[in-house]
Design a protein around this ligand. Structure first.
Ligand code: ATP
Length: 372
């Protein structure tokens, strides 16, 4: 049994899972060797670009695919021999796959009665559960409509209610919002998060959309090329990205070459182009003199007048009006280009002329050192 923090059994444990499609010696490698512990009650997101292996991992938890090596445990039990319908897991797909000839209530009842858990329920209990689930996704009023009489967002709610009806312990969601338009996607994010909190079911959500991942998740695993790059809370991933891939994939960032000056008390001092120093959390294996790359988010930089003695001299290359924000490109003396972003708040908006000489300030703790 896998202990998490010595206390809690993980809802899902992925142990050294490798997946090769077709011939294990020559087929495409979808996952190299993945280890993950997903906690009970957690909203956990698998985030990564197309082809990184996130759907493959989800399909193995569901039982639609099998690991080439390694094992998957559900609440401590190895589920390798359990068929998909015999796992306490259900899936919401990107495409709703509702039966067009049935009403919404009939779709839910049919889904429940086809499930091993629903087969134990009588007609009245099924009808009760259908009403309860439609209320949960605020679709009671549409119970007698057919799927074609609903919008895409409403159909996705029904698909969610259908997947939740058998009370799975773990709900798998494979890019469920990607077919919806932006406004609806944003509204559904809040609703999904609220439904997860209300039901207490562990959600494993797959997406390539970093904003979706940041806004909904308790924790995120970032995947690339079949490997987990980093696991952490949204703020950890955004503010302390482990490597160049994570820093670049989540939000926007600046990469700044730097040299380690000194290390003390878990902190390192880095010398950056232009001669000034920046402090950041040190990393294992870091030595004075080492050449590293720092990641600094554009919103953690500020432009001030060239006369400010604390600031690093820079020249404005261009500015872009983004509505909510203003974005600038500046060059340091050695030619290093950095992006700076400031809120376009009334009275504070800064307008400079391209070519203007300015000063650049770095917020405290704005830098994180990347491992590779
Ligand atoms: P997307 O966001 O595009 O769905 P993903 O991160 O979910 O991508 P997967 O669908 O898991 O990625 O695919 C991972 C890799 O495995 C890809 O290189 C893909 O081409 C390959 N792959 C997936 N399914 C199969 C299959 N049935 N046979 C062979 N290769 C496959």
């Amino acid at each position: 049994m896998s202990a998490l923090h010595g206390l809690q059994t993980a809802a899902v444990s992925i142990r050294s899972v490798r997946k090769v499609y077709g011939d294990p010696d020559s087929g495409p490698v979808a996952l190299k060797s993945v280890d993950l512990d997903i906690r009970d009650n957690e909203f956990f997101t698998l985030l990564g670009p197309s082809g990184c292996g996130k759907t493959t991992l989800l399909r193995m938890i569901a039982g639609f695919e099998f690991p080439t090596a390694g094992e998957i445990l559900l609440y401590g039990e190895n589920i390798a021999d359990r068929a998909p319908y015999d796992r306490p897991v259900n899936t919401v797909f990107q495409h709703y796959a509702l039966f067009p000839h049935m009403t919404i209530a009939q779709n839910l009842a049919f889904g429940l009665e086809s499930h091993p858990m629903g087969q134990r329920l009588g007609k009245a209990a099924v009808a009760g559960r259908v009403r309860e689930m439609l209320a949960l996704v605020q679709m009671e009023r549409f119970a007698e409509r057919r799927p074609t009489q609903l919008s895409g967002g409403q159909q996705q709610r029904v698909a969610l209610a259908r997947a939740l009806a058998p009370h799975p312990k773990v709900l798998l969601l494979d890019e469920p919002l990607s077919a919806l338009d932006l406004k609806l996607r944003q509204a559904m994010r809040e609703e999904l998060k609220a439904i997860q909190a209300k039901t207490g079911i562990t959600f494993i959500f797959v997406t390539h959309d970093q904003e979706e991942a940041l806004t909904m998740s308790d924790r995120i695993a970032v995947l690339a090329e079949g490997e987990v790059q980093q696991v952490g809370r949204p703020a950890d991933i955004y503010e302390q990205p482990r490597n160049r891939f994570v820093a670049d994939f989540i939000g926007e960032t600046n990469f700044l070459p730097a040299q380690v000056d000194e290390i003390a008390g878990g902190q390192a001092l880095f010398r950056i182009p232009g001669g000034r120093t920046l402090r950041a959390a040190s990393r294992e294996g870091l030595r004075p003199g080492a050449e590293v790359t720092l990641s600094i988010r554009p919103e953690r930089l500020r432009l001030v007048g060239a006369e400010d003695p604390q600031a690093t001299p820079c020249t404005l290359a261009e500015q872009i009006y983004l509505g909510t924000d203003l974005q600038y490109q500046v060059s340091l003396a050695d030619g290093t280009r950095l992006r700076v972003r400031t809120p376009n708040s009334a009275g504070q908006s800064q307008r400079f002329a391209p070519g203007e000489r300015l000063g650049l300030q770095f917020d405290r703790d704005s830098a994180s050192v990347l491992l590779d």
